[in-house]
Design a binder for this molecule. Structure first.
Ligand SMILES: [Zn+2]
Length: 77
Protein backbone atom coordinates (compact mmCIF):
# COMPACT_ATOMS: atom_id res chain seq x y z
CA UNK A 1 0.00 0.00 0.00
CA UNK A 2 1.12 3.51 -0.72
CA UNK A 3 2.19 5.51 2.32
CA UNK A 4 1.52 9.23 1.97
CA UNK A 5 1.49 11.92 4.58
CA UNK A 6 -1.90 13.16 5.83
CA UNK A 7 -1.17 16.73 4.69
CA UNK A 8 -0.32 15.52 1.17
CA UNK A 9 -3.50 13.45 1.09
CA UNK A 10 -5.55 16.44 2.25
CA UNK A 11 -3.95 18.67 -0.37
CA UNK A 12 -4.65 16.15 -3.16
CA UNK A 13 -8.22 15.61 -1.95
CA UNK A 14 -9.06 19.33 -1.80
CA UNK A 15 -7.29 20.20 -5.06
CA UNK A 16 -9.03 17.38 -6.95
CA UNK A 17 -12.41 18.60 -5.64
CA UNK A 18 -11.60 22.14 -6.69
CA UNK A 19 -10.53 20.92 -10.13
CA UNK A 20 -13.87 19.13 -10.59
CA UNK A 21 -15.82 22.24 -9.53
CA UNK A 22 -13.73 24.45 -11.83
CA UNK A 23 -14.25 22.07 -14.74
CA UNK A 24 -18.01 22.00 -14.22
CA UNK A 25 -18.07 25.79 -13.96
CA UNK A 26 -16.19 26.13 -17.27
CA UNK A 27 -18.41 23.56 -19.00
CA UNK A 28 -21.71 25.16 -17.96
CA UNK A 29 -20.45 28.67 -18.67
CA UNK A 30 -19.43 27.76 -22.23
CA UNK A 31 -22.71 25.90 -22.74
CA UNK A 32 -24.79 28.91 -21.63
CA UNK A 33 -22.81 31.24 -23.88
CA UNK A 34 -23.53 29.00 -26.88
CA UNK A 35 -27.22 28.51 -26.05
CA UNK A 36 -28.19 32.08 -25.23
CA UNK A 37 -25.95 34.07 -27.53
CA UNK A 38 -28.55 34.06 -30.29
CA UNK A 39 -31.19 35.41 -27.88
CA UNK A 40 -28.97 38.07 -26.31
CA UNK A 41 -27.53 39.57 -29.49
CA UNK A 42 -29.81 42.16 -31.09
CA UNK A 43 -29.08 44.43 -34.02
CA UNK A 44 -30.84 47.57 -35.13
CA UNK A 45 -32.01 48.00 -38.70
CA UNK A 46 -33.34 51.03 -40.57
CA UNK A 47 -35.57 50.37 -43.54
CA UNK A 48 -34.53 52.50 -46.49
CA UNK A 49 -37.85 51.91 -48.24
CA UNK A 50 -40.46 52.82 -45.56
CA UNK A 51 -38.23 54.51 -42.96
CA UNK A 52 -39.13 52.31 -39.99
CA UNK A 53 -36.60 51.48 -37.31
CA UNK A 54 -36.65 47.93 -35.92
CA UNK A 55 -34.43 45.37 -34.22
CA UNK A 56 -33.80 41.71 -34.90
CA UNK A 57 -32.14 38.93 -32.92
CA UNK A 58 -29.16 36.87 -34.02
CA UNK A 59 -25.91 37.52 -35.83
CA UNK A 60 -27.27 38.41 -39.23
CA UNK A 61 -26.14 41.18 -41.50
CA UNK A 62 -29.44 41.51 -43.39
CA UNK A 63 -32.99 41.44 -42.02
CA UNK A 64 -36.46 41.71 -43.53
CA UNK A 65 -38.50 44.78 -42.55
CA UNK A 66 -41.66 43.81 -40.59
CA UNK A 67 -43.62 46.69 -42.20
CA UNK A 68 -42.87 46.31 -45.92
CA UNK A 69 -40.68 43.19 -46.26
CA UNK A 70 -37.67 44.99 -47.74
CA UNK A 71 -34.22 43.49 -46.98
CA UNK A 72 -32.06 45.95 -45.04
CA UNK A 73 -28.47 45.86 -43.82
CA UNK A 74 -27.80 46.40 -40.11
CA UNK A 75 -26.86 49.83 -38.83
CA UNK A 76 -23.19 50.40 -38.09
CA UNK A 77 -22.15 53.01 -35.58
ZN1 LIG B 1 -39.77 48.81 -44.47
Amino acid sequence: MIDIDFSVFTFLYVSSGMAVIFGLWLYYDRRDVRLYERIRVRHTFHCIQCGSLYSDRGRREVSRCPQCGFQNAKLKF
